[in-house]
Ligand binder design. Structure first.
Ligand SMILES: [Zn+2]
Length: 450
């Protein structure tokens, strides 16, 4: 009955998704946020959910929606976000980034997969139950973030303040999809991330480089400081950086071995002959998912335009991020970083801490994981590929570490979705199958021991 409803209403589901895609919601620029928040709330109400706006003292609103089951005590929570990445570079798009144009069975638009398509597929699955049986098999909660694409910097106090309504038995995270062979990919965890900025300063203003014998150069100072962070063997040299790291368990390793790692394709795409330190195969996959990192994201100093300019800059800036793995903690890593720089004689650098999130994961042996995997197999006709941890980051830890319920990330994306890139798109077929997958998961969850 529910599948029939989904099939018969596919066209209106698509139109609703297009409507949401046409509403820009760029958190990085604050563009269209209030309007999109209103639209998300309206769509939830149209689907039959009651809604509430969760606001912190600062930041974009979270849209919360819920519907209670008449027959079940169990609760499934969906984490999604309505904000999107900026669409730039605009000239690389074949279609309007906020046009929602449909071409060859795909909807094009910024955010159509990440994360509006996933959100709408979940919402429509719930709507399908309400419209056909007038009830939902389990209690449903939606938590729709407005700042995910900028690192959810204001989310912790909101989760804390509304913890009484965010209680659940399990949650489905925002992303996921199928690979080129149609296998569904599920993700059980995220790395943490810590973003920082170093500022080196010397004279009050830029001077002629003829003065270099006398005037200190902050660009050199910054380079020397950066050079103490990591060696040419990729070892991060901050004292205690690798403390508390938990390597993959035997069970996780088993799951890792089953992941089809598209090494050749990735190297080809990037024009690389080999990965760092020459790792390949299983070693490369393990390194990718379980190694913490220290990455220079950007360096700025002096003149970087065309030709040359004999200038001695008065300021130099570096932006870095650290990807953290279980059980590293961003506060500890930041303290260790500050201590390290002081000890190495770089106490004069200004260190600015930007956003951070913590690593987290759900156990591969959690019954909810096997439930989601089984349901995915049923729908996609292929065995699910399970990632015990993923290389990305997000605010999953706020829910996982705070409430302790299992969280699995699963969605309706595909390898050519181009998320965060020009021509982001979602296959209509994946969107509709994804809606059926979520509907099936909701009904399978009733009797599961998860
Ligand atoms: Zn994203």
């Amino acid at each position: 009955m529910v599948y029939k409803y989904i099939n018969e209403h596919a066209e209106t589901f698509i139109q609703d998704l297009v409507r949401l895609v046409r509403q820009p919601s760029i958190s990085a620029k604050g563009e269209g946020i209030a309007e999109c928040a209103r639209l998300v709330e309206e769509m939830m109400q149209e689907a039959g959910l009651s809604t509430k706006i969760l606001m912190g003292e600062v930041g974009n609103p979270v849209i919360y929606g819920e519907v209670w089951s008449k027959n079940s005590e169990k609760t499934l929570l969906f984490y999604d976000h309505y904000d999107v990445q900026p669409p730039e570079p605009l000239e690389k798009w074949d279609y309007e980034p906020f046009g929602g144009k449909i071409v060859n069975g795909r909807i094009y638009g910024r955010g159509v997969t990440d994360n509006k398509g996933n959100f709408v597929s979940r919402l429509k699955a719930v709507q399908a139950f309400l419209e056909t049986i007038g009830d939902v098999p389990v209690n449903i909660k939606f938590f729709v973030d407005g700042e995910e694409e900028i690192g959810s910097p204001n989310l912790a106090p909101i989760v804390e303040a509304y913890r009484h309504i965010l209680v659940a038995d399990a949650a489905i995270w925002e992303f996921g999809g199928t690979d080129r062979k149609g296998r569904p990919h599920l993700y059980l965890g995220l790395k943490g991330v810590l973003s920082v900025e170093f500022k080196a300063k010397a004279a009050k203003k830029d001077v002629h480089s003829a003065n270099a014998p006398l005037i200190p150069n902050p660009a050199w100072r910054l380079v020397w400081a950066l050079n103490t962070l990591k060696d040419e063997y990729e070892r991060i040299l901050i004292e205690g950086f690798y403390d508390n790291i938990v390597p993959p368990s035997a069970e996780e390793t088993e799951f890792l071995r089953r992941i089809p790692f598209e090494e050749k394709e990735l190297k080809e795409e990037l024009g690389l002959k080999q990965f760092l330190k020459g790792v390949s195969g299983f070693e490369a996959l393990k390194t990718w998912l379980y190694q913490p990192t220290c990455t220079i994201n950007g360096l700025f100093a002096g003149y970087t335009g065309k030709g040359s300019k004999t200038v001695l800059p008065h300021e130099a800036v570096a932006k870095l991020d650290f990807r953290l793995v279980p059980n590293q903690k961003s506060d500890e890593i930041f303290d260790k970083l500050v201590r390290h720089l002081k000890r190495r004689g770089f106490g004069d650098l200004e260190i600015i801490r930007h956003g951070s999130t913590e690593p987290t994961k759900t156990s591969v042996s959690d019954p909810f994981v096997s439930l989601v995997a089984k349901t995915a197999e049923k729908i996609y006709g292929e065995k699910a590929v399970i990632y015990p941890l993923s290389a990305g980051s997000g605010p999953m830890y706020l829910f996982r570490n705070f409430f302790g319920y299992p969280i699995v990330s699963a969605g309706c994306g595909h390898p050519e979705s181009n998320t965060h890139a020009p021509n982001e798109n979602l296959k209509i077929e994946s969107f509709i199958t994804g809606t059926k997958f979520i509907a099936t998961l909701i009904s399978d969850f009733v009797n599961a021991h998860a």
